[in-house]
Design a protein around this ligand. Structure first.
Ligand code: RTP
Ligand code: MG
Length: 145
């Protein structure tokens, strides 16, 4: 590579079951593409318990883990791998804060999400939070990549 070539990075995005059920998959993918990121993989999936336990391993022992896994199994999720310079941070910025009530307007969660007062926060999307998480999550969801 040339010394100043942009480094590419990949992230795992999930449109969670609430997003798919509400018909927001296209709008969420649209925002990723409109930002200029490249789609590497897109697949509608029914996640099983083993996959989700692995995906959410960092939350083992937390009180919201069981309702979170139950929620994530309540319907299909759209699994997406997106690519671009600083896409991990960039998608987290597009997604907004975890709690949709306080997520900034302009973000996916701020514009489209709200707290429904359920056992676990339903906030439309997941995005990898570091290079290590992204590598681990992409290998888990898309072992062929
Ligand atoms: P994500 O992993 O989904 O991209 O979201 P995040 O980093 O903003 O949030 P994280 O702390 O990793 O939590 C994972 C997901 O668990 C649900 N959650 N519910 N108190 C609650 O009800 C609660 N806390 C976390 C959310 O769906 C959150 O996105
Ligand atoms: Mg997280």
């Amino acid at each position: 590579d040339a010394p100043d070539a942009p480094t590419t990075q990949r992230t795992l995005v999930l449109v969670k079951p609430d997003g798919v059920r509400r018909g927001l998959s296209g709008e969420i993918v649209r925002r990723i593409e409109a930002k200029g990121y490249t789609l590497v993989a897109v697949e509608l999936r029914e996640a099983d318990e083993a996959l989700l336990a692995e995906h959410y391993a960092e939350h083992a022992g937390k009180p919201f883990l069981t309702p979170l896994v139950e929620f994530m199994r309540s319907g299909p999720v759209l699994a997406v791998v997106a690519e671009g310079h600083r896409v991990i941070e960039g998608f987290r910025s597009l997604a907004g804060a975890t709690d949709p009530t306080v997520a900034a307007p302009g973000t996916i969660r701020g514009d489209l999400g709200r707290d429904w007062g359920l056992k676990v926060i339903q906030n439309l999307v997941h995005g990898s939070d570091s290079e290590e998480s992204a590598a681990r999550e992409i290998a888990l969801w898309f072992p062929a990549l």
